[in-house]
Design a protein around this ligand. Structure first.
Ligand code: NAD
Length: 440
């Protein structure tokens, strides 16, 4: 089985490397020459645990190669995955320009039957759109199938998620394409991973519905946490007991500063747009988007309240903050739509100075904040002479800090634990002025 993957980002690179691990011959393509050069030198352009080993192994064994030559990649392979980005447009719709370009590139190089597999998260109707683009360029005679195969991996656990998925969704219109996709995923098939085989539109919808539901679950527990703060309840106990109900389940019930990342924010906006453009208002999703934005800003109000400072212009002049965690979640370097961006921007707007540290996202953070903040080499350097420590991302290494040392390095012992990783009573006993999300 010979496969090309167009787009060598978080999804494309993991897909390519993992399919090679299953014995396929995979060519990963990208327009980003620097990225491909790095990969050819054996460097991994993103931080994703376990990916370096699997890439190195499969390159060495000759099953995984990298190129910028899309024409050759299309010509030499039977299955062509599209795994390019689909960021948000201004109006919330998914920007399909990279998908369209990939479709045009594929069309110009069709030299026989191909299966074109859309792995990017795309609005319902994109499969037909890709088909139309290819048909209009390649003509009526060329045989090809378009398949929707949305990806559900989580950054930070992407390799394991790809190798052991909860389900594989295939939306296709021909038996031939379905048979080839089963071949691509033959290892999963043998391992009895559940397959959902359906039409293209349903597969496209499954991805948005899944992400919107997860965003809703996170937002729901965030609102429960907010209410807990008013009524004196402990959100951890509430979430634990809720999660014991088999109909609810324990996952995604961790309160925090709001969801971020490269998927939930843009996918909820895109689903809302898809609904609107079809004459339907998806009220729950619209509310999730609004509440999540408010949750991020609410964290700044929480910090001000902790420090007993009234919110007004220049309120934080003369105060220095230590931010631990910049990536949108642990085990990734991805900063896209991270809550840390909203929180830091708002602190800066109010006149604060900011020290920041993240184990993996420092390089990406520099693209967001430039010289507006101070980049530190570690946790203890970051807290020096600060008035408040804000934990934004729950990296494991932040869970067991020497809090006495931290306190001794800080100017004032204010601690905003936005991921609830420390025990409130212990922090208070240590002398911290402490706040978290939804706990007593
Ligand atoms: P990314 O930005 O990390 O990678 C996209 C890559 O595509 C970039 O390297 C870019 O240079 C390349 N590219 C763009 N146009 C190209 C073209 N015409 N030819 C070749 N390469 C091209 O994006 P990502 O996070 O991997 O996401 C890709 C898609 O997968 C998105 O639709 C996203 O919603 C979806 N998805 C992402 C995740 C995730 O956790 N990141 C999970 C599931 C699904």
């Amino acid at each position: 089985m010979r496969i090309a993957v167009i787009g060598t980002g978080y999804v494309g690179l993991v897909t390519g490397a993992c399919l090679a691990e299953f014995g396929m011959f995979v060519t990963c393509v990208d327009i980003d020459e620097k990225k491909i050069e790095k990969l050819k030198r054996g460097e991994i352009p993103i931080y994703e645990p376990g990916l370096d080993d699997i890439v190195a192994k499969n390159v060495k064994e000759g099953r995984l190669t990298f190129t910028t030559n899309i024409a050759e990649a299309v010509k030499n392979n039977l299955v062509v995955f599209i795994a390019v980005g689909t960021p948000s447009c201004e109006d919330g719709s998914a920007d399909l320009r990279y998908v369209d370009q990939a479709a045009r590139d594929i069309a110009q190089n069709l030299n026989g039957y191909k299966v074109i597999v859309n792995k990017s998260t795309v609005p319902v109707g994109t499969g037909q759109r890709v088909k139309n683009i290819i048909r209009s360029i390649a003509g009526e005679k060329v045989r090809f199938d378009v398949v929707s195969n949305p990806e559900f991996l989580r950054e930070g656990a992407a390799v394991n998620d790809f190798l052991r998925p909860d389900r594989i969704v295939i939306g296709a219109e021909s038996e031939e394409a379905i048979a080839i996709m089963k071949d691509v995923y033959s290892a999963h098939y043998l391992n009895e991973a559940p397959f959902v085989i359906t039409n293209i539109e349903t597969a496209e919808m499954i991805k948005y519905a899944s992400n919107a539901f997860l965003a809703l679950k996170v937002t729901f527990i965030n609102e429960v946490a907010n209410l807990c703060e008013y009524v004196g309840a402990d959100v951890h106990k509430v979430a634990k007991a809720m999660g014991m109900d088999g109909r609810i389940g324990p996952k995604f019930l961790h309160p925090g500063p709001g969801y971020g990342g490269s998927c939930f924010p843009k996918d909820t906006r895109a689903l809302s747009y898809i609904a609107r453009s079809n004459g339907y208002t998806f009220q729950i999703v619209d509310t999730v988007i609004k509440v999540n934005e408010e949750q991020k800003l609410r964290m700044v109000d929480k910090i001000l309240k902790l420090m007993n400072i009234e919110k007004k212009d220049g309120a934080l002049e003369g105060f220095r903050f230590a931010i631990l965690g910049l990536a949108f979640k642990p085990n990734t370097d991805d900063m896209r739509e991270s809550p840390s961006i909203t929180i830091i921007d708002e602190l800066l707007n109010l006149g604060a100075e900011v020290n920041a540290f993240d184990p993996e996202a420092m390089a990406n953070a520099k693209e967001f904040f430039g010289d507006k903040i101070c980049y530190c080499k570690g946790e203890y350097e970051a807290v020096k002479e600060t008035d408040c420590l804000v934990i934004v991302t729950e990296w494991n290494q932040f869970r067991k800090l020497d809090m006495e040392k931290i306190k001794s390095l800080m100017r004032k012992a204010n601690l905003a634990d936005l991921r609830n990783i420390y025990e409130p009573s212990k922090m208070k006993a240590l002398g911290f002025n402490y706040t978290s999300v939804g706990r007593l």
